[in-house]
Design a protein around this ligand. Sequence first.
Ligand SMILES: *[C@@H]1O[C@H](CO)[C@@H](O)[C@H](O)[C@H]1NC(C)=O
Ligand SMILES: *[C@@H]1O[C@H](CO)[C@@H](O)[C@H](O)[C@H]1NC(C)=O
Ligand SMILES: *[C@@H]1O[C@H](CO)[C@@H](O)[C@H](O)[C@H]1NC(C)=O
Ligand SMILES: *[C@@H]1O[C@H](CO)[C@@H](O)[C@H](O)[C@H]1NC(C)=O
Ligand SMILES: *[C@@H]1O[C@H](CO)[C@@H](O)[C@H](O)[C@H]1NC(C)=O
Length: 333
Amino acid sequence: MMTTEILLVLLCVAAGVYCSLTSVERGVPYPPTYTGPVIGVLAQTTFGKMEKFGHSYIAASYVKYLEMSGAQVIPVMDSLSAEELNRTLHSINGMLIPGGGQIFPDSKFYRASKFIYDWTVSYNKNQTETQGHFPLWGTCLGFEAMLYAEAGANETNDIRFKCSAHMANNLTIQEGAQDSRMLKNLDSKLYQAVQTEKLVYNSHSFCISPDKIEDTDSPLHKNYNLLAVNWDAEGQQYIALVEHKTLPIFASQFHPEKNGFEWTTYEDIPHSKNAVLFMQYLANFFLDEARQNKNQFSESAEFYKRSINNFSPVYTLMAINSTLETCYFFHEK
Ligand SMILES: *[C@@H]1O[C@H](CO)[C@@H](O)[C@H](O)[C@H]1NC(C)=O
Ligand SMILES: *[C@@H]1O[C@H](CO)[C@@H](O)[C@H](O)[C@H]1NC(C)=O
Ligand SMILES: *[C@@H]1O[C@H](CO)[C@@H](O)[C@H](O)[C@H]1NC(C)=O
Ligand SMILES: *[C@@H]1O[C@H](CO)[C@@H](O)[C@H](O)[C@H]1NC(C)=O
Ligand SMILES: *[C@@H]1O[C@H](CO)[C@@H](O)[C@H](O)[C@H]1NC(C)=O
């Protein structure tokens, strides 16, 4: 150990480059710059068989989904303080709140989601020279958290109802959605296919009724456009896809990342060409939004230290019969 360090220090000195001991441990010094866009993905507390791998996790499918469209990814712990979250968000170019299983409103995950949601609204409304256009995407539980926060919901006044949707669906696209920021550039064949073929996968036990947007006195009416709906196993209608009326905030109750990156045989996840093309369309759309944001970490070392590439995913499908193919685990509480 000692000799290796000395050797590396000597090599660094000989090469005439700056290198600290921490960077030597990594094998090479941190490069002086890095290239974005950088997207944060919110981690959440592990439960059940996952607990033995760490205190919190992120399904690797979300990471692959973003990387596929040209993102660098950092995990964002749900235990970060408001100050740390604020600093993190001011240093990255967009945020994704994933699906999973956490309670509302009394969980670290929900509290962090609400902070991120309120921060994103505030940041985008400020629209100054240096800030504006920070995109936020919510998937499944993330979708529910964002709309719950927007509605100012709580335990006694939830906006969700109990439902059962663990299946592939076509999307019933709503009037006007063809002009939405999210869907307006979708190729006409795919726009047709997503309505007639079962291209999206749902996996949730809570739903939000379209009334929550459509009724003029409902909490989501003012700021959200309804893009698509779906029906659960009992034929109850629910919101499938939304976008904020003015800000770069988007959310789906279904799971785009599963089409390309989840392979459990216990779920009927669509893997057809059109399903994968629709997944890619949504990820590309989100990354285009993130490329408009110019935030950066003030020190490149912080980016490299926080990159998801510091962690190795576990093959959870085989290790614990998880329906998630691979997951990243973190020891932070
Ligand atoms: C949030 O972070 C930004 C950038 O680091 C800083 O300018 C601002 O004062 C922070 N705001 C709060 C409320 O901490
Ligand atoms: C938006 O601007 C206000 C007023 O300058 C500031 O207090 C707030 O922190 C800004 N929001 C964000 C998320 O930067
Ligand atoms: C929940 O929200 C409702 C409506 O906004 C409010 O009247 C009630 O006091 C809230 N309850 C709690 C426990 O915060
Ligand atoms: C979408 O699926 C539903 C339920 O399976 C079906 O009733 C409907 O006809 C489909 N929509 C289109 C446009 O094919
Ligand atoms: C693996 O999980 C699935 C459901 O997710 C279950 O049906 C199956 O019995 C489990 N297999 C084993 C060996 O535990």
